[in-house]
Design a protein around this ligand. Structure first.
Ligand code: PLP
Length: 337
């Protein structure tokens, strides 16, 4: 496999125990993999994926990258930072998504996009709308002034290698800590993160159950079929015998629509902040934590297992939910941690 990777992040990210949270939940042993600390303008999971995707963009000679997502997108913020490091112009076609019909608050990820000087085009659209036409129109504008834009409409398969790498870090770090990982839990959405993890553990012959908690961009069935497609194409990339792949893909649903901050998710954010001093967000990592807490409380993850929770980042989005989070943090009983 020929890979055009660029190095943008700082690895390995730490893996450390969440002792207070484990005690509070009466087991299992929960470790956190700090992919909120990957680098790229406040970090997150997309840094690992972008390293593989932008490698190809650079090789093709592009001097502009056009990307799309929601207005509070971590992907958009990290691709903007990556483009700046690589000396190419970041252009973002951002869908109003969860802010549809309301006024846009220039905070969180969106503020950071502007700080880094991205050419931001905001369009009134849902996160699921197809905006390829708008992206091509912006690319044409740049072409007309002599540029060579690369348009990234969906994430290419090569991105799975980012979380293949992460799985190998987890294997090495857990061996050093003297523990066998039983579960990996993280936020899932478009699919490359979960697919890369599944491929990496399978390639290493490790029986680790990877559970993605759905962010709600796609419904459960669509999310699973996207992840399956990434896994199958990724297995071809790395020449992995498909017999070695797990037969099921575990996606946990029920934590709200995309950008919807449900009560369970807000509770999970506050609990993690107060017990561990770690900040999760309402769109992704908070949902993943709410899912993990439910699985533990419902006995689906037993008290003697070892769980790695991957903090996939998303921290800047907290500021887009400031009123809700502030009010909730002030209304907690004094007995709360
Ligand atoms: C913070 C965070 N966590 C998890 C995900 C899901 O990653 P994937 O699209 O690879 O499933 C995203 C996607 O944007 C994200 O921003």
């Amino acid at each position: 496999m020929k890979v055009n990777k660029v190095n943008l992040g700082f690895y390995p990210t730490p893996l450390h125990p969440m002792t207070n949270l484990s005690r509070h939940l009466k087991g299992p042993r929960i470790y956190v993999k700090r992919d909120d600390l990957t680098g790229l303008a406040l970090g997150g999971n997309k840094t690992r994926i972008i390293e593989y995707i932008l490698g190809d963009v650079i090789r093709m000679g592009a001097d502009v990258v056009v990307a799309t997502s929601g207005i509070q997108s971590n992907w958009a913020r990290q691709i903007t930072a990556a483009a700046r490091i690589l000396g190419i112009k970041p252009v973002l076609v951002l869908r109003t998504a969860q802010f549809k019909g309301t006024s846009i608050d220039y905070t969180g990820n969106l503020l950071l996009d502007y700080l880094m000087g991205a050419d931001v085009r905001i369009i009134e659209a849902s996160i699921r709308d197809n905006v390829v036409r708008e992206m091509q129109a912006v690319a044409d504008e740049y072409r007309a002034s002599g540029h060579t834009p690369a348009v990234i409409t969906d994430e290419p398969v090569i991105g799975v290698m980012g979380y293949y790498d992460c799985s190998q870090e987890i294997i090495e770090q857990s061996a050093r800590l003297g523990m066998e990982v039983d579960y990996v839990v993280h936020a899932t959405s478009g699919g490359p993160t979960q697919a890369g993890l599944v491929l990496g553990f399978a390639a290493a012959g490790k029986e680790v159950k990877v559970i993605g908690v759905n962010s709600g961009v796609y419904d459960g069935a669509t999310t699973i079929s996207r992840i399956r497609s990434f896994i199958e194409k990724g297995a071809e990339l790395i020449n992995l015998d498909k017999e070695k792949l797990p037969s099921t893909i575990d996606v946990l649903d029920g934590y709200g629509d995309y950008g919807e901050a449900t009560k369970e998710v807000i509770d999970a954010i506050l609990l993690t902040a107060r017990l561990e001093g770690i900040i999760l967000d309402p769109v992704y990592s908070g949902k993943a934590m709410a899912g993990l807490i439910d699985m533990i409380q419902q006995g689906q993850i037993d008290a003697h297992s070892n769980v790695v929770f991957i903090h996939t980042g998303g921290v800047p989005a907290v500021f887009a939910y400031k009123d809700l989070l502030f009010k909730k943090s002030q209304s907690l009983p004094s007995s709360y941690p």
